[in-house]
Ligand binder design. Structure first.
Ligand code: C2E
Ligand code: MG
Ligand code: MG
Ligand code: MG
Length: 293
């Protein structure tokens, strides 16, 4: 958001914190360079965190998670994605992530003979970018026979506008699947589940944290499992950190999980090995599932 400050000056105003000080401006410029003109010390990286089904013992997919390599250090997305959103960079960032992720998953298929569902996170401004849908169509074509999933948070959905709704519909028509990310942290979620063509929701990790200690949280998650089942939607639980949580969730009917217990996000070079290890660790579940049929 730029605002005329008189005398031909333009002052950059940060919506959340007021006038930006020098540090923020410099950070924005460095981020712009990392997105649009990447160099060896300053660029975007995409890491991948697997999703597993602890009931059938399979690795079901991977989620692309962006990082900013700045001066060789890895900056987490929470520190720069909001900045990119406010300064008109997130559409470009999203395109970089989508194209990179498609290429990395294709490489995984070539090198390791593994095919996984690819999930990418989508910010609100991307849904207004004319390059978004063509990129989604390319990604869907490249991801075939597997799926491309777009993870959209409730905040995107709450700020409903006609263009956002039309883009989401068009993405689904193009073959992408939609997931509500961080489910349960925003509001108006249930209304959106009624209208938008979502195929799954991802229960926020704040619900998992209290699962073993709080009966109300447990009851809520049980309710969500029932809701997903009766609506024919998939349910993924994020932030699973302990074996106790994983087991409890499995018993509650929520076997599709993501979290540090199963696997941490890995750079592309370590993804094949990460999935191989995970697959091995899931062998007992796989054998039990085979015995059960
Ligand atoms: P998210 O989409 O909900 O992704 C899950 C976040 O939780 C990731 O953090 C992941 O590393 C972390 N996580 C996974 N398992 C666990 C666990 O067991 N315990 C804990 N404490 N954390 C866990 P990360 O990679 O820092 O990403 C944070 C958020 O940044 C993402 O939340 C997403 O909203 C956003 N983001 C990441 N990549 C992108 C992107 O390419 N584009 C956009 N627009 N947003 C992105
Ligand atoms: Mg996500
Ligand atoms: Mg999430
Ligand atoms: Mg989150």
């Amino acid at each position: 958001q730029a605002k005329a400050a008189g005398g031909g000056c333009v002052r950059v105003v940060d919506r959340a914190t007021g006038p930006a000080h020098g540090e923020t401006l410099r950070t924005v410029e460095r981020l712009r360079a990392a997105v649009l003109a990447p160099g060896p010390q300053d660029h975007l990286e995409v890491h991948y965190q697997p999703t597993v089904d602890v009931e059938s013992g399979v690795v079901s997919g991977v989620e692309a998670l962006v990082r900013w390599r700045r001066d060789g250090e890895l900056v987490p997305p929470e520190e720069f994605v909001p900045l990119a959103e406010r300064h008109g960079l997130v559409a470009d960032l999203g395109l970089v992530v989508l194209d990179r992720a498609v290429a990395d998953v294709a490489a995984l298929r070539e090198a390791a003979g593994r095919d996984v569902v690819l999930a990418v996170n989508v910010s609100a401004p991307q849904l207004h970018d004319p390059r978004f849908l063509p990129a989604v169509r390319r990604a869907v074509a490249a991801a075939t026979p597997n799926r491309l999933v777009l993870e959209v948070t409730e905040t995107v959905l709450v700020a409903e506008d006609v263009l956002t709704a039309a883009t989401l519909d068009a993405a689904v028509a193009a073959g992408a699947h939609l997931t509500v990310d961080d489910f349960g942290t925003g509001y108006a979620t249930l209304a959106y589940l009624r209208r938008r063509p979502f195929s799954a929701f991802k229960v926020d990790r704040s619900y998992v944290r209290d699962l073993e200690t709080d009966a109300r949280t447990r009851a809520l998650v049980e309710g969500l499992v029932l809701l997903a089942g009766s609506m024919g939607l998939g349910l993924v639980v994020e932030g699973v950190e302990t074996a106790g949580q994983a087991d409890l969730l499995r018993c509650m009917g929520a076997p599709t999980q993501q979290g540090f217990l199963h696997a941490r996000p890995a750079p592309p070079g370590e993804l094949a090995a990460t999935i191989r290890d995970l697959h091995e660790r899931l062998a007992p579940a796989r054998q039990a599932a085979e015995r059960a049929v």
